[in-house]
Design a protein around this ligand. Structure first.
Ligand SMILES: Nc1ncnc2c1ncn2[C@@H]1O[C@H](COP(=O)(O)OP(=O)(O)OP(=O)(O)O)[C@@H](O)[C@H]1O
Ligand SMILES: [Mg+2]
Length: 238
């Protein structure tokens, strides 16, 4: 028998070390027939530097959870804290600033700017966040090198492979050195090779201390994360 008291409140420093703390989060969407209760009381803790995979059946609320952590959507009830700060019930200006400084978001279908080069895809978000163009370009080049795309700076996304495009999208998400890297099925549109490329990259970023929350349907991809949580019917399973 262990004497560890699992119900004890974590010590103060453990609480401070949380990157994400969600308590009792509820989110209901209006729909034609009946309201959809996408989140029904989600509790989730993610420590700084953790790499967490979120799994669960389609419609269980994974994307909704990621969106409320990202400040892309807001809860109806409950609290959401990122880096010790409440992000629920903020106005759109505050959330836009929060996203620029704290959140890097990676989408299933990349959402890159098709008409511009890989380099410009990275420079733009930096400039939008207030970096000087030179600094943004230098950061963009560093990231492209880091992510193995250093020889692709002038190419447009269309000529890159799926895995390369997603690595470019991850680079873009990292431009502003986000507190959180959030990814919604980042390997969902890739073949297994491209998926493993992306997973390897996440693992490297995690080794360097990046906090990552990744939604995935793939048990193989989830196995590469440090921890997997399972959602069902709008809740995180204990
Ligand atoms: N903007 C919205 N308006 C109405 N209903 C929504 C909206 N966003 C999500 N929903 C509904 O909320 C529920 C949860 O959706 P969510 O996208 O979070 O699921 P998911 O777990 O990400 O599913 P998938 O694995 O298919 O991506 C679903 O029933 C979905 O139809
Ligand atoms: Mg989803």
């Amino acid at each position: 028998m262990t004497t560890t008291d699992v119900t004890a409140t974590p010590p103060e420093d453990a609480v401070e070390a949380l990157a994400v703390r969600v308590r009792g989060a509820k989110r209901t969407f209006a729909a034609e027939l009946a309201p959809v209760r996408a989140l029904r009381g989600v509790d989730l803790d993610v420590r700084n530097g953790e790499f967490v995979a979120v799994m669960g059946p389609s419609g269980c609320g994974k994307s909704t959870l990621l969106n409320i952590v990202a400040g892309l959507d807001t809860v109806d009830e409950g609290t959401v804290e990122v880096a010790g700060e409440r992000v629920d019930n903020r106005d759109e200006n505050w959330l836009a600033r929060f996203r620029r400084h704290h959140v890097g978001f990676v989408f299933q279908f990349f959402n890159l700017l098709d008409g511009v080069s890989a380099l410009d895809n990275l420079i733009m978000p930096g400039v939008l966040a207030g970096m000087k163009r030179r600094a943004a370009e230098s950061r963009a080049r560093d990231l492209l090198d880091l992510l193995g795309l250093g020889d692709r700076t002038r190419q447009v996304p269309a000529v890159l492979s799926g895995g390369q495009r997603q690595r470019l999208a991850i680079a873009r998400a990292l431009v502003n050195e986000p507190t959180l890297l959030l990814a919604d099925e980042p390997t969902g549109a890739l073949d297994s090779e491209g998926g493993m490329e992306v997973l390897e990259l996440f693992r490297r970023l995690h080794d360097d201390g990046q906090t990552i929350i990744m939604v995935t349907h793939s048990p193989d991809v989830a196995a590469g994360a440090g921890r997997a949580v399972l959602m069902r019917d709008g809740r995180v399973e204990p």
